[in-house]
Design a protein around this ligand. Structure first.
Ligand code: BYC
Length: 480
C-alpha cells in the first residue's frame, strides 16, 4: 500500500486503476494542469534538469528519491499516508464514532469549501514565485525553490484528488476553477489575502517560506485531525513535504542574517548597504510585513465558522489528539487579545468561538522559536540588535485589529501617526528598490550572491558546489 505505483500515468497509492471514472476525470484534468504549469509555473528553466526529490513511498523512512528531472516531467501524483486501523473522530459532536471514508451529506459544503481554500493556496504560491529563478542567489537556492514549487503543485493534486473523488460534479468544477484563478488578478484573485501579495525578491521569498508556509503547517495539521479520513491522510503526507519549505525559509533568512552580521563586523557599521548586504532594519521591516499578512490567514479571533468546523468534526486543533481536555469544548473558555482604547487587553471568550486565535497562538510560538534562532546568529557576532515579531495587532486586515492602526509594539495609533511612521515599520519603496538592486543571478556551481552566506551543508549529502541545476546543457534559464 505504501509504495507508489509509477507505472501509471498518474502515480498514486490509492489504487486509482480500480476506479475508472475517477481515473478518467483526473486524466482529463492532468493536461490542463500541465498547461497551467507551463503558463504560470517557474519562468524559464523548464527544460533544464533539476536535482529533485520525488516521493516513492509514504513511509516515514525513505519516501524521497533524488534524481535529475525536468520540471514538467516531475511525477505529480496522489499519495495518502497509511490508514490508521480503527480511527475514530477525535473531537466535536461525533467524537468517538468511526472516521468517515465518504463525505457526510450534511458537511459536504463545509468540507468542499475548506478543501478548495487549502487547494487554492498551492498554485497561488507557485504563481507568486514564478519569476524568482531569474535572480537566484545560487544554484543551491535555485534547486530549492523548484523543489518547493513542484511540491506545491503536488499539494494542488492532493486537494484535486479529494474534490474529484468525493464531490462529484461540483468537485470537478472546483478543480477547474483552481486552475483559472490567478494570484493578484483583480478579476479572479486567489481566495486568501497573503496569496495575492507579490513575492518580489528572494528576501520576501524566504520570509514567505518561513511565515506563510508555516501557516500551511498549522492549517494542514488541523485538517489532518479531520474526521473525514481521506482529508486527514492527505494532509498527514503533505506535512512531510511542508517541513522542507519551512527549512528553506528559516535557513534562508538565517544565511542572510549571517552575511549581514559578517559585514557589520568587518566594516564596523550597521549600514551594510554600501557593502552589498541587507541591513537588519530592512530585514525587520520585511519580517513585520510577512508576519502580519500571514497572521491574517488564521481568520477572525471570534469565528462561528471555526466553531462549526470543530463541532462538525471536520477541522480540529493543532495536535488535537495529544490534548487532554474533553475535545468538545462546550464549556471551556480561551483568552484572546482585543483592542481597548489605545491599548489592548486580554479577555476570556468561549473556546469554541476562539479556535482560530488558539491556532494562531500555536503558530506565533513556533515563529518565535525561529526568530530566537536568528537572534542567536546575531549574538554570536557580538551584535546587540534583536529581530522581533511585531504585535499581533500590527498591520492586520482581518479580525479585531483589522480596522485599527497598531504599532509593532502594540499601541493603537491614529491614522496620522501611522502615516508618519509606517516607513519605519514596513518595507518602503526604497527598501524594495535596494533589495531588488541586489537580485542579480549567481549560477556558477558553489558561488553565492554577496548578500547571503552559503548554507551549512548541501542537499541529500551532496557538496555545496554540486551542480544542483544543470544549466550548461540548455541556455533556457539564462535567457531574458
Ligand atoms: N483572506 O470566520 P472567519 C498553505 C474570510 S497556507 C481572505 O474569520 P474562518 C500554503 C473567510 O473565508 C494554509 N478572506 O474565518 C502556504 C470567511 O469568508 P465567508 C491554507 C479571509 O472561516 C504557503 C470570512 O472571511 N489553508 O497551505 O474561520 C504556500 C470570515 O471568516 C481571510 C487553509 O487556510 C483571509 N486571510 O477561517 C503554499 C485551511 N481570513 O465565509 C500553501 C482552510 C478569513 O464570509 N481554510 N477570510 O465567505 C480555513 O480553515 C479557513 O477558511 C480560514 C478562515 C482559516 C482561512
Amino acid at each position: 500500500m505504501a509504495r507508489v505505483d509509477y507505472t501509471e500515468r498518474i502515480p498514486n497509492n490509492v489504487s486509482l486503476s480500480d476506479n475508472r471514472r475517477l481515473l478518467r476525470a483526473l486524466e482529463e484534468w492532468q493536461p490542463r494542469y500541465l498547461e497551467w504549469w507551463q503558463q504560470m509555473g517557474p519562468e524559464g528553466f523548464q527544460t533544464n534538469e533539476v536535482y529533485l526529490r520525488t516521493a516513492v513511498s509514504v513511509d516515514p523512512q525513505g519516501w524521497a528519491q533524488f534524481d535529475w528531472v525536468k520540471m514538467p516531467d516531475y511525477r505529480w501524483g496522489i499519495f495518502l499516508a497509511e490508514p490508521e486501523p480503527g480511527r475514530t473522530v477525535a473531537f466535536g459532536e461525533h467524537k468517538g464514532t468511526p472516521a468517515w471514508q465518504e463525505v457526510p451529506g450534511e458537511y459536504r459544503g463545509t468540507l468542499r469549501r475548506l478543501i478548495v481554500t487549502q487547494g487554492d493556496t498551492e498554485p497561488a504560491s507557485v504563481e507568486q514565485q514564478r519569476h524568482l529563478g531569474r535572480t537566484c542567489p545560487s544554484l543551491y537556492d535555485l534547486r530549492n525553490i523548484f523543489q518547493v514549487n513542484v511540491e506545491e503543485g503536488r499539494h494542488l493534486w492532493a486537494m484535486v484528488y479529494l474534490l474529484q473523488a468525493h464531490f462529484g460534479r461540483d468537485g470537478r468544477e472546483e478543480a477547474e476553477a483552481l486552475l483559472q484563478r490567478r494570484s493578484g488578478d483583480s478579476d479572479k484573485p486567489r481566495i486568501l489575502g497573503a496569496f495575492n501579495e507579490k513575492t518580489p525578491d528572494w528576501l520576501a521569498y524566504f520570509f514567505f517560506c518561513f511565515f506563510t508556509d508555516r501557516d500551511g503547517k498549522y492549517q494542514l495539521a488541523s485538517l489532518a485531525e479531520s474526521g473525514f479520513d481521506p482529508l486527514s491522510r492527505t494532509c498527514r503526507f503533505m506535512l512531510t513535504e511542508e517541513a522542507h519549505h519551512m527549512f528553506v525559509g528559516e535557513s534562508g533568512i538565517g544565511r542572510v542574517v549571517q552575511r549581514t552580521c559578517e559585514l557589520m563586523r568587518e566594516h564596523r557599521t550597521e549600514d551594510v548597504r554600501p557593502f552589498g548586504g541587507i541591513d537588519l532594519a530592512t530585514i525587520q521591516r520585511y519580517l513585520n510585513f510577512h508576519f502580519s499578512v500571514s497572521m491574517d490567514l488564521f481568520g477572525s479571533e471570534i469565528s462561528t465558522n471555526a466553531a462549526n468546523f470543530y463541532t462538525a468534526g471536520v477541522k480540529g486543533r493543532f495536535e488535537e489528539t495529544k490534548k487532554t481536555d474533553d475535545h468538545v469544548l462546550k464549556e471551556a473558555t480561551y483568552p484572546i487579545t482585543v483592542p481597548d482604547g489605545d491599548a489592548v487587553k486580554v479577555v476570556e471568550e468561549p473556546a469554541l468561538l476562539t479556535l482560530n486565535e488558539r491556532l494562531r497562538d500555536d503558530y506565533v510560538a513556533d515563529c518565535q522559536r525561529g526568530v530566537d534562532r536568528w537572534n542567536a546568529i546575531v549574538r554570536r557576532h557580538g551584535i546587540g540588535v534583536e529581530l522581533r515579531l511585531p504585535h499581533r495587532g500590527f498591520h492586520r486586515a482581518i479580525g479585531n485589529f483589522g480596522e485599527l492602526r497598531v504599532s509593532p509594539d502594540g499601541c493603537v495609533v491614529s491614522q496620522a501617526e501611522w502615516d508618519a511612521r509606517k516607513h519605519e515599520w514596513l518595507p518602503t519603496l526604497e527598501d524594495h528598490a535596494f533589495v531588488a538592486s541586489l537580485m542579480t543571478p549567481v549560477v556558477a556551481p558553489g558561488a553565492f550572491a554577496g548578500w547571503i552566506a552559503p548554507p551549512a551543508r548541501g542537499i541529500n549529502g551532496q557538496p555545496i558546489e554540486f551542480e544542483y541545476v544543470r544549466l550548461a546543457s540548455n541556455q533556457d534559464g539564462r535567457e531574458g
